[in-house]
Write a protein that binds this ligand. Structure first.
Ligand SMILES: CC(C)(COP(=O)(O)OP(=O)(O)OC[C@H]1O[C@@H](n2cnc3c(N)ncnc32)[C@H](O)[C@@H]1OP(=O)(O)O)[C@@H](O)C(=O)NCCC(=O)NCCS
Length: 177
């Protein structure tokens, strides 16, 4: 089965042919929208950048299972042993890599913009809308958001996620259109 030139996922019947390549419709909409965003599957050459992003305290402060910078060997092992149902994508904006988004095997979605200069432009919003569209067959989607993470709560709510329950510290969100 052929795959999208951008996200690398199998092409659906909703396929766009553009100059010299074939992209799925969600990727075409993402690349031609405002802001214009491109996604590509995470590769080995992205790992150093992701390590740096995820090792920044202002980023990992929002992660449930990380409370210190990542170690390179663990990061590589994680990359090589990922579940086949997990998908990680690098987010590019204005011609450079600015963050990553993923859906794991339990349909939980995670996103970060490690390039702080990309914040506040709607890049994460456009990307999360793409996830909801591209993985519509895996709904409901989920997210665990730290209660103090206001920008993330706004982001997920803007994209249609609704809070289901909270333990006061972590809020459980789902997207089930
Ligand atoms: C969560 C995170 C990705 C959100 O980034 P962000 O820059 O706020 O999100 P967006 O790129 O969608 O930008 C949205 C903001 O830009 C504004 N904006 C500007 N142009 C916009 C457009 N065209 N479309 C949508 N929003 C736009 C919005 O009003 C919004 O501002 P607000 O939050 O003050 O209301 C980022 O804060 C981050 O990486 N945090 C650390 C990791 C993290 O917490 N991940 C989530 C764990 S659950």
């Amino acid at each position: 089965m052929s795959s999208c030139d951008s996200c690398g996922l199998p092409l659906s019947p909703k396929t766009q042919h553009d100059t010299g390549g074939t992209r799925c419709e969600p990727c075409t909409e993402l690349a031609t929208g405002t802001p214009a965003v491109q996604l590509a599957p995470l590769t080995e050459r992205d790992l150093e950048l992701v390590l740096a992003w995820r090792s920044h305290p202002d980023i990992y402060a929002h992660f449930r299972q990380q409370d210190s910078p990542l170690a390179w060997d663990e990061h590589r092992s994680w990359f090589e042993s990922r579940d086949p149902d997990r998908h990680d994508f690098v987010i590019s904006f204005s011609g450079r890599r600015v963050g990553v988004v993923n859906i794991d095997a339990t349909d939980e979605v995670g996103i970060l913009l490690g390039d702080f200069s990309a914040h506040g432009n709607g890049v994460a919003t456009a990307t999360l809308e793409w996830v909801c569209d591209r993985f519509a067959d895996r709904t409901p989607l989920f997210a665990e958001i730290y209660d103090e993470n206001e920008s993330s709560k706004r982001l997920f709510e803007r994209c249609g996620f609704q809070q289901q329950h909270s333990d006061g510290e972590w809020n459980h969100y789902s997207y089930d259109p």
